[in-house]
Design a protein around this ligand. Structure first.
Ligand SMILES: Nc1ncnc2c1ncn2[C@@H]1O[C@H](COP(=O)(O)OP(=O)(O)OP(=O)(O)O)[C@@H](O)[C@H]1O
Ligand SMILES: [Mg+2]
Length: 265
């Protein structure tokens, strides 16, 4: 049902693929983390990226955002390779992308209001009044009305996460990367954040990747799932196919079983 969203319009290379990852390799200090990741997302598609802790999900998102460079392979965003773009073309491409970091990452010296207003002040010529209206609307969406004058150190971790989400969503990016958006939130807020992401995805039709360990709730809102294991995408498909997979590895992972091909050390 989400698949109809925003599928029109071809990218710079003439395709409807918004994110294309080709044979991506990346090591840290000689230890390989990504060992040939290939993945493509159509425009408007929302993908859940799952996999064991420490297996490179956050590293993969950082490559898509152009924050890390591949050792080999490529990441194309709407047909363009961020690793070779420079100057205004790189800035323009970056502006189309929002990234909710795993740790939240607010500016500590700014209030919640100023944090959320920041992208509008940087990227638009909106009036102060218009900015105030948009920020208050976005804060109310994430359940933070009344917290606008507080500093990050004065609010809970879950509130920081929601403020960071509001800051990313306020400029309505075409591509959204969510790194564990519900981790650290109570179940009610966690569910509310997923509902917010789902609503915005339907409304704006962004292309998105959502890294999560909360398989069942997230599977209800995504179009497709990719399972990252030992440096590669080992399985991908619609959520119901992944849940019903006969593959021993995928089965063990989605069921959280201790016995199986993956040993628990
Ligand atoms: N900047 C870095 N320098 C060195 N090693 C790094 C760096 N970033 C990530 N790593 C290593 O890469 C591996 C993958 O890390 P990553 O954060 O992508 O895991 P993850 O799948 O997101 O795990 P989790 O589910 O716990 O968030 C880890 O072994 C980590 O230590
Ligand atoms: Mg991570």
């Amino acid at each position: 049902m989400h698949r109809e969203a925003n599928r029109a319009g071809a990218g710079a290379d003439g395709s409807a693929i918004m994110i294309r990852i080709e044979d991506l390799h990346r090591s840290f200090d000689g230890v390989p983390v990504l060992k040939g990741v290939s993945l493509a997302l159509e425009k408007g598609e929302l993908l859940a990226l799952i996999g064991r802790s420490g297996y490179g999900k956050s590293v993969l998102l950082k490559h898509i955002a152009g924050l890390l460079r591949p050792d080999s392979g490529r990441v194309l965003i709407d047909g363009e390779d961020m690793a070779v773009l420079r100057g205004s073309r790189l800035t323009k491409l970056r502006e189309r992308l929002g990234f909710l970091f795993q740790g939240g990452a607010l500016f500590d010296s700014m209030t919640v209001f100023e944090n959320v207003a920041f992208p509008l002040r940087e990227k638009t010529r909106m009036s102060n009044e218009a900015i105030r209206e948009r920020v208050m609307e976005e804060l109310s969406r994430v359940g933070l009305s009344g917290a606008e004058e507080k500093y990050p150190s004065q609010i809970s971790g879950g509130m920081q996460k929601r403020a960071a989400l509001a800051r990313e969503l306020i400029s309505e990016p075409e591509i959204m990367l969510f790194d564990e958006p519900t981790t650290g939130l109570d179940p009610i807020f966690g569910h509310a954040i997923l509902k917010l992401i789902d609503d915005l995805h339907r409304r704006l039709g962004f292309t998105g990747i959502l890294v999560t360990h909360e398989i069942h709730k997230v599977f209800e809102i995504v179009d497709r799932v990719a399972f990252l294991h030992e440096g590669r995408v080992q399985a991908q498909g619609p959520p119901d196919e992944i849940l019903a997979s006969e593959d021993a590895l995928v089965r063990q992972f989605v069921r959280g079983e201790i016995e199986g091909p993956v040993s628990v050390e």
